[in-house]
Design a protein around this ligand. Sequence first.
Ligand SMILES: Cc1cc2nc3c(=O)[nH]c(=O)nc-3n(C[C@H](O)[C@H](O)[C@H](O)COP(=O)(O)OP(=O)(O)OC[C@H]3O[C@@H](n4cnc5c(N)ncnc54)[C@H](O)[C@@H]3O)c2cc1C
Length: 330
Amino acid sequence: MEFKENISLAKYSNYKIGGPARYFFEAKSEREMMWALKEAKRRNIPVLVIAGGTNLLIGDEGFEGLVLRPMIATLRVRGGARKPTVEVGAGVSVAELLKFATKRSLSGLEWAGGLPGTVGGAVRGNAGCFGGEIKDRIVQVRSVDVRTMKIVKRNAKQCGFRYRDSIFKRNEKRNGGGEVVLGVTLRLEKGDARAIARGVREKIEYRRVHQPLEYPNIGSMFKNVPLAALYPKSGQKYRMAVAAGEISHRGTRFSVKTDPFPVIAAAKLISESGLRGVSMGGAMISPKHPNFIVNALGASSWDVAVLILLIKEVVHRKFGIRLEEEVQIV
Ligand SMILES: Cc1cc2nc3c(=O)[nH]c(=O)nc-3n(C[C@H](O)[C@H](O)[C@H](O)COP(=O)(O)OP(=O)(O)OC[C@H]3O[C@@H](n4cnc5c(N)ncnc54)[C@H](O)[C@@H]3O)c2cc1C
């Protein structure tokens, strides 16, 4: 086993943006993953995990360390028909998992239809949409602590899931090394294969119609804004806004949707700030879905970063709201 050197990361980014990795390794098993992490430690180089690359803005200068790609592809059903669980390797794509579950009439993940990326990435960011979140299906997550090289097993509660957040994400900042998710056990239910397939298809179709999938992109740039950021949760205004399903803020009407708690859409804030279609270099704020910044024409990471700053500044000036990035910037 050996690291590859000077590999362009644009190829591994859904955005088609990113400079070179000094070292690069695809780990097809837990054994290979442990070897790569130990080797990085021995050489004293930093490690960056890139999986599906669907939530990452990679810098034009690349990464001066080891880029590690979890490719662990385990996919098997356990338990009987009454309590089926699925063991999934971190490198399995959500699309593959959905195909596998549909074929075996296993229900519970239909909300994830069209969700790009891998299962490991979804767990780390507690991916969610259409009222579902990966946390609701977790029985156990296996990870390796990069600092101690110990395998850690956690149940859903111990993973500390929050909105687009988990202990794995928080630990990256806390202990400077973080953890790599190796595999997950999910709890599913027996269902009707045709109904499951339809549920998945509907979500894929919704995304095709509403999202600018015709361009390289990394999904929603910003998190939706919790209603609690505008009104105190215990107050009457908050309750009235939830009941009415809308609010008026600085002269603009916003729908309040529950996903998974009351929020107003970042896309609407960006649109009402007059930023639809604004571009910088090869990057453009999508006219179709303004919370997406698409790579319209050979954009650089810098082009995207400028648009991120512009959106944050204009939305703050107009609405007094500070948007928070949903994507990871490296
Ligand atoms: C068109 C489009 C639509 C999207 N829609 C949604 C949506 O509806 N809801 C939603 O939640 N997200 C959405 N996303 C964002 C993205 O799909 C998810 O965040 C996805 O779960 C990321 O997985 P990934 O494998 O691509 O991770 P990557 O982009 O490769 O990595 C993201 C982060 O996770 C870390 N990571 C990845 N794998 C592991 C691992 N095994 N162990 C530890 N850390 C790891 C990386 O280091 C990085 O910090 C969308 C993206 C696109 C392009």
